[in-house]
Design a protein around this ligand. Structure first.
Ligand code: NAD
Length: 482
């Protein structure tokens, strides 16, 4: 339930009702704000207006239905309608990878042009889209070019950068209970309005919020806030590529990367998260944001070698999975492979830059027959040769190898005997290090993790006695949950 009446708070418009925009709109309506979501895709608009989320995100459909039912949220196709009933304008359109490494800003450009044409009353434009550093200033000039009103634009428009850090799969909790809120602007009054929109989040005053764990509020200039988002994603991607580099060294020397990562992660200067070796990161953000940051650096004549290496290592990890298949199966022609997990991570059906799709594509191209299972993903239009089955054991039937590509909890409890009994071969390539190598070998698999010592460390494994290890025993199978 909202903590206050909506009249007192700034009214909100959200332009772009994709992953981020829908979560922002539904959550702000839940917090008591009066919200209008704008969406140009007529199919999405129709779905959203009926309370159906066009993508899978836990809890979002319920939140949408509640917000629409309360009258605090509606979706429209016309930005003019939204501008007439709002003061805070969140920009949440997509910024996919474009040519030459820079983000494709065509949606931002179009949105800015339509906002500029329709703007008549005072607004704060809040960029939630991840936009190249400097876009706040650029947006202002785009709006100026399109503006048709009589009041000088600078009197009615301010720009605030408010980067979004939500993660698909836990988007609602991430938005409502963030660790920090970053607001960047050159205008004090604009910041005040956004703080007011965010007040229930900043004070954790909504039902279910935790006032003892209020997020930090970081106020910066526009350019710093824009840079924070890129720097955050670059650091997280770096951590994953770092542990993957260590995983490769572990394979050479016979060490086990899970043991190494657990031990180094206990150092509070390092921390345990984002140290899971495997097939590497994917998704809509890390790859394109790193590429954008690299391109920005190069525009200034700076060669960002670390960031380039992070990207290269990540791409190599997908090939590492394929190489493990090749090493065991030799020729791919006539081979049958089952891919378990297609989404780029558990908890979402998002396939953007999913490592599993590259592995599937490359195996199809090499002549293998590829089947797949994912709890949330059906047929994949871009790979028509790959058959996706709703039952994991049926997907594995008659295959030479299974490849674990998404650490869905469904797979932790997989029945190893049942799996082996339907397979033609015995190979499991665990691209997410979900299982304990010794256990899997004992059960009869030829098991390949990433950076794991296949038969365990003969001198005894690491003792984990501080409740830190995420290994769980389910049946006779030991697995790791993300
Ligand atoms: P998305 O592609 O899912 O959604 C964008 C939506 O905007 C689409 O539904 C599209 O139809 C709509 N749109 C495009 N032009 C429009 C216009 N002129 N008016 C109204 N609607 C319009 O993208 P997303 O995943 O929600 O990402 C949005 C932005 O947020 C990106 O910049 C992304 O980098 C950033 N971001 C994404 C995530 C994430 O996890 N997905 C997290 C943090 C930040």
């Amino acid at each position: 339930m909202p903590d206050e009446t909506s009249r007192a708070a700034p009214r909100v418009a959200v332009v772009g009702s994709g992953y981020v925009g829908t979560v922002v709109a539904a959550c702000l309506a839940f917090l008591g704000r009066q919200v209008i979501g704008v969406e140009t895709d007529p199919h999405k608009l129709c779905e959203l207006s009926r309370g159906c989320s066009p993508f899978y995100e836990p809890g979002l459909s319920d939140l949408l239905v509640g917000a629409l039912g309360s009258g605090r949220l509606r979706f429209v196709g016309d930005v003019g309608d939204a501008l007439a009933h709002s003061e805070a304008l969140f920009l949440c359109v997509g910024t996919p990878p474009g040519d030459g490494g820079h983000a494709d800003m065509s949606s931002v450009r179009e949105a800015a042009a339509s906002i500029g044409r329709e703007l008549r009353t005072p607004h704060v434009l809040i960029t939630k889209s991840t936009v190249p550093i400097g876009s706040g200033h650029w947006l202002r000039s785009l709006l100026e070019d399109a503006y048709e009103g009589s009041t000088p634009l600078e009197d009615i428009l301010s720009v605030v950068s408010c980067p979004e850090f939500l993660r698909e799969g836990s988007a609602i909790a991430d938005f409502l209970t963030p660790e920090r809120v970053v607001l960047g602007s050159d205008s004090g009054s604009a910041l005040e309005l956004v703080r007011e929109v965010y007040r229930p989040i900043l004070e954790q005053s909504f039902v279910g919020g935790d006032p003892d764990r209020c997020p930090a509020l970081i106020q910066t200039g526009l350019l710093s806030a824009e840079t924070v988002k890129y720097a955050s994603n670059a650091f997280l991607a770096t951590k994953i590529s770092f542990i993957n580099e260590i995983a490769m060294i572990c394979e050479f020397v016979g060490a086990d990367v899970v043991e190494v990562a657990t031990a180094i992660g206990l150092d509070s200067r390092i921390g345990p998260r984002f140290l899971d070796a495997g097939a590497g990161w994917g998704g809509s953000c890390f790859g394109k944001d790193l590429q954008e940051l690299i391109s920005t650096a190069m525009d200034y004549g700076h060669d960002p070698r670390l960031l380039q290496a992070v990207t290269e290592v990540n791409h190599r990890q997908r090939q590492v999975v394929v190489e493990k298949l090749r090493r065991h199966l030799k020729t791919m022609r006539g081979r049958r492979i089952c891919i378990m997990g297609l989404a780029f991570k558990p908890g979402t059906d998002d396939l953007r830059d999913a490592p599993a799709l590259d592995v599937a594509r490359w195996r199809v191209a090499a002549g293998a027959s590829v089947r797949a299972h994912d709890p949330m993903v059906g047929a994949v239009a871009e790979i028509p040769e790959m058959r996706t089955l709703p039952d994991m054991y049926e997907a594995a039937r008659g295959t030479d190898a299974v490849v674990m590509m998404t650490e869905w909890p469904d797979y932790v409890g997989i029945d190893a005997d049942a799996l082996l009994s339907v397979m033609r071969g015995r190979l499991m390539v665990d691209g997410r290090n979900m299982f304990n190598p010794e256990t899997m070998v004992r059960r009869g698999f030829v098991y390949e993790g990433v950076g794991r010592s296949p038969l365990g460390d003969p001198y005894g494994g690491l003792e984990l006695n501080r409740g830190f290890d995420q290994r769980v025993e389910i049946g006779n199978l030991e697995g790791r949950v993300a």
